[in-house]
Design a protein around this ligand. Structure first.
Ligand code: NAD
Ligand code: DAU
Length: 339
């Protein structure tokens, strides 16, 4: 079985490639990635020489390149992780989010139709459901919660989801969609909350918490997400959406304090900065469907996963130090200096 994994040089895609090559050693993985600022070939160093792995640098919006690769590889399955993924960047400059996240998905699905791919899996997000109020802890996102987006990022992901469903209904494309909550773990780009706070704390830099830090996210260890996608590929029903999340809601401020504690850094590093525009208050997934249909349950408890993650960033300083010393400096200045 040949699986094309798009966006596999990024955070979740790379972890998915590692997981699949270990869990399904008979499969062949072809990673298609544009290597944007968020893609990092060094992340894939450990699998680069494997005979059942191939890396191809290409843009999912590039029809010719995508068609050429599909013609060569005749994939059985395509899993689409490739995306612009950072909400703050989408607020600054939405255009590239619409191109990659919507039009790129269309290009991939057109190739899937042409080459009779048996499954197109779209990696989506819980952000398509908008947010939940803090004073209603009884409410959760289910697969039937209406789409109600807040940021250009979430609007682009929701648009892609609608297009995926349209390709299923109109052309009979065999699709599945997963909508996961916030991931954390190794190889996450240090623009996202947890790795940014770890990197800043280790460098004794201020820890920029948006607003009061009371926003709630539902955190899932990345390997649990990868396992859920593998289960959906094996047993998920065509044309269905599966929510993925492990009932692990945490306030941002509590996560940042936990990171300070684990690293032995003072909470005085915490700096409250101007809030994100349109900031979603709370995400919380109801994972009943994927548990009932596919038997999925998260395996890593947050208390263990966060320690594992912090230790990974301590043990792999060159990986993230190279990132934060380059173009990232300009990004950081633009986003945080006058915030
Ligand atoms: P990431 O930003 O770390 O990685 C994105 C990858 O896609 C990078 O390797 C980048 O080079 C590649 N890419 C970007 N544009 C491309 C293009 N036009 N063509 C080919 N490759 C391109 O993202 P991530 O956090 O790993 O997220 C992966 C997917 O999972 C995204 O679709 C995101 O919406 C979704 N998701 C993320 C989370 C999370 O917490 N990070 C949660 C739920 C869903
Ligand atoms: O829920 C899934 C989504 O999770 C994915 O679809 C997105 O791709 C992924 O980036 C993530 O989105 P968030 O916006 O929730 O993640 P982020 O790490 O950017 O922020 C998490 C929370 O922390 C959010 O409430 C904003 C806050 N925050 C973030 C940063 C970067 C801060 O307070 N300070 C910061 O510097």
């Amino acid at each position: 079985m040949t699986i094309i994994v798009t966006g596999g040089a990024g955070f979740i895609g790379s972890n998915f490639i590692f997981y699949m090559l270990k869990a399904n050693p008979d499969c062949r993985i072809v990673c298609l990635d544009k290597l944007t600022y968020a893609g990092n070939l060094s992340t894939l160093a450990s699998v680069m020489k494997k005979p059942n792995f191939r890396f191809v640098k290409a843009d999912i919006c590039d029809r010719e390149a995508v068609d050429r690769l599909f013609a060569e590889e005749k994939p059985d399955v395509v899993v689409n992780f490739a995306a612009e993924s950072h909400v703050d960047r989408s607020i600054e400059d939405p255009g590239i989010f619409l191109e990659t996240n919507i039009l790129g998905t269309q290009v991939l699905m057109d190739a899937c139709r042409k080459y009779n791919v048996k499954r197109f899996h779209q990696v989506s997000t819980d952000e398509v459901y908008g947010d939940l109020p803090l004073d209603r802890p009884d409410l959760f996102f289910t697969e039937t919660t209406p789409i109600h987006t807040s940021s250009p990022y979430s609007a682009s992901k929701a648009s892609a989801d609608l297009l995926v469903m349209a390709y299923h209904r109109t052309y009979g494309l065999p699709v599945t969609i997963s909508r996961c909550s916030n991931n954390y773990g190794p190889y996450q780009f240090p623009e996202k909350l947890i790795p940014l706070m770890i990197a800043n704390a280790l460098n004794d830099k201020p820890l920029p918490v948006y607003g009061e830090g009371l926003n709630v996210r539902d955190w899932l260890y990345v390997e649990d997400h990868c396992k859920a996608i593998d289960l959906i590929l094996r047993g998920g029903k065509i044309g269905e959406v599966y929510n993925i999340g492990g009932h692990n809601e945490m306030r941002n401020i509590d996560i940042v304090k936990l990171i300070c504690k684990e690293l032995g850094k003072p909470e005085t590093l915490i700096t409250h900065v101007t809030d994100r525009k349109g900031h979603d208050m709370r995400y919380a997934i109801d994972p009943t469907k994927i548990h009932a249909e596919l038997g999925w349950l998260p395996e890593t408890k947050f208390a263990d996963g966060i320690v594992k993650t912090i230790r990974w960033y301590l043990a792999n300083r060159p990986w993230w130090e190279e990132i934060v010393s380059g173009e990232y400096q300009n990004y950081y200045r633009k986003m945080y200096e006058t915030r």
